[in-house]
Design a protein around this ligand. Structure first.
Ligand SMILES: Nc1nc2c(c(=O)[nH]1)N[C@H]1C(S)=C(S)[C@@H](COP(=O)(O)O)O[C@H]1N2
Ligand SMILES: [Mo]
Length: 393
């Protein structure tokens, strides 16, 4: 049997495998002659001169932890993403809220399963880790991912853990138990300047099952690190990170009258709710719409001419889209992205596009998806637009 690691190796040996859907397709593609990123590569024989940075109002340290506890962050430098390897190393995976100084001992950690159940019980961390299995590659994005932080609050990891459905099933929930409240440890030694402590979220059981939610104990083949929620966190594939509760302490069955938590209310606008509902049942699923953005602009010299290559990612949504369109300024028209093949919505799909700007100047790069029926609220509002200053053409 092939292990995940074998797949990953094959994927890496075979340039372009990732473009056609990493996991399923790596095998199929690699038994054929390896596909290149594109058949007629306009950059072949050229030399990459460097990168043109996106315009950002303030300089920012990427890929390094800064601050502590609720104000602790790490922003992932997306410009380093490889076209072949979708996973971000754990020490570069974005962090929103660093571990509390008051976190209890992880070796004696337990998760309560209680509320509207016949009999409450607890799961020890040893029970959870011994039931853990590899669950695949999933993306996480903070709902508050913004240009000011170079959109560095989005990453992909290979996760391991226990499907939440396995835990929910075995508990003899009462008939009125339609939802579950997942609670994380949230007491900090220092008061936050910017955030409200209290990370817990109420989900409908149907939403959790549909998303394939799981309790993760492993990330990229190792136990979770403290900043990523050790010893156990929730991952809800396709949902914003605010629902992916770290340091999980409890899973409580509740009914339709459950109140929205402070975390849900803090994130209501950023998860596109209508107002700030008081009750959990009035919250829409905090899912990520199909989205796309450029992550780096490469400057090349090809046959004595300056050329640019835009590299980007597409993610979110639940049905792959056929065409992604790019536009380099409001006066220009949208054109289809050269190399974009999305076969899976999760994890992200990298894409590339050759660009020869007509003159030096400032360009604002915007993407759009024209597939009917695909919801793209953030793309529609220009949320992921990035600007660059092109010095020479
Ligand atoms: N207990 C707890 N869980 C939490 C948070 C928190 O503050 N406390 N922040 C949430 C938010 S807003 C995000 S985006 C993700 C980030 O997970 P990461 O830091 O591992 O990337 O964790 C979520 N889980
Ligand atoms: Mo977040």
């Amino acid at each position: 049997m092939l292990t995940r690691r074998d797949f990953a190796k094959r994927g890496m040996m075979c340039g372009g495998a990732f473009l056609v859907g990493y996991e399923e397709a790596a095998w199929a593609i690699c038994s054929l002659p390896c596909l290149q990123i594109q058949p007629a590569d306009p950059f072949s024989g050229g030399k990459q001169l460097g990168l043109v940075n996106f315009i950002n109002p303030r300089p920012l340290e990427m890929d390094t932890e800064q601050g502590t506890e609720l104000d602790g962050r790490l922003y992932t430098d997306l410009s380093k993403l490889s076209l072949q390897e979708p996973v971000i190393a754990t020490d570069r995976f974005y962090v929103r809220t660093r571990v509390s100084r008051l976190l209890p001992d992880v070796k004696s950690w337990r998760v309560r399963v209680d509320g509207l159940v016949e009999k409450p019980r607890t799961r020890t961390i040893d029970e959870l880790t011994s039931a853990a299995k590899p669950l695949g590659l999933y993306l996480m994005e903070c709902a508050g991912n913004v240009p000011l932080t170079n959109f560095g609050m989005i990453s992909v990891a290979s996760w391991g853990g226990v499907p939440l459905a396995d835990i929910l099933e075995k508990n003899g929930a009462k008939s009125q138990a339609s939802r579950v409240l997942v609670t994380g440890f949230d007491q900090y030694a220092t008061k936050s300047m910017t955030s409200v402590p209290g990370a817990s979220w109420v989900f409908s059981i149907g939403d959790l099952n549909a998303a394939g939610a799981f309790l993760a104990t492993e990330m990229n083949g190792n136990p979770l690190t403290p900043d990523h929620g050790a010893p156990v966190r929730l991952v809800v594939p396709g949902w914003y990170g605010c629902a992916c509760i770290k340091w999980v302490t409890g899973i409580t069955f509740v009914d339709d009258t459950a109140e929205a938590t402070s975390q849900m209310q803090e994130y209501a606008a950023r998860t596109h709710q209508k107002g700030v509902p008081a009750q959990a049942r009035d919250f829409q699923a905090a899912t990520i719409d199909q989205a796309a953005m450029p992550i780096r602009i490469e400057k090349w010299l090809v046959e004595e001419k300056i050329k640019y290559r835009v590299v980007g990612i597409a993610w979110g949504g639940h049905t792959p889209v056929k065409t992604l369109m790019i536009r380099f300024n409001p006066e220009e028209d949208y054109v289809p992205v050269d190399n974009f093949v999305q076969t899976k919505n999760d994890p992200w799909t990298p894409w590339t596009h050759a660009w020869s700007p007509k003159e030096p100047g400032t360009y604002s790069i915007r993407l759009t998806v024209r597939d009917p029926g695909v919801r793209t609220r953030r793309l529609d509002s220009g949320y992921y637009v990035r600007s660059v200053e092109i010095p020479e053409v």
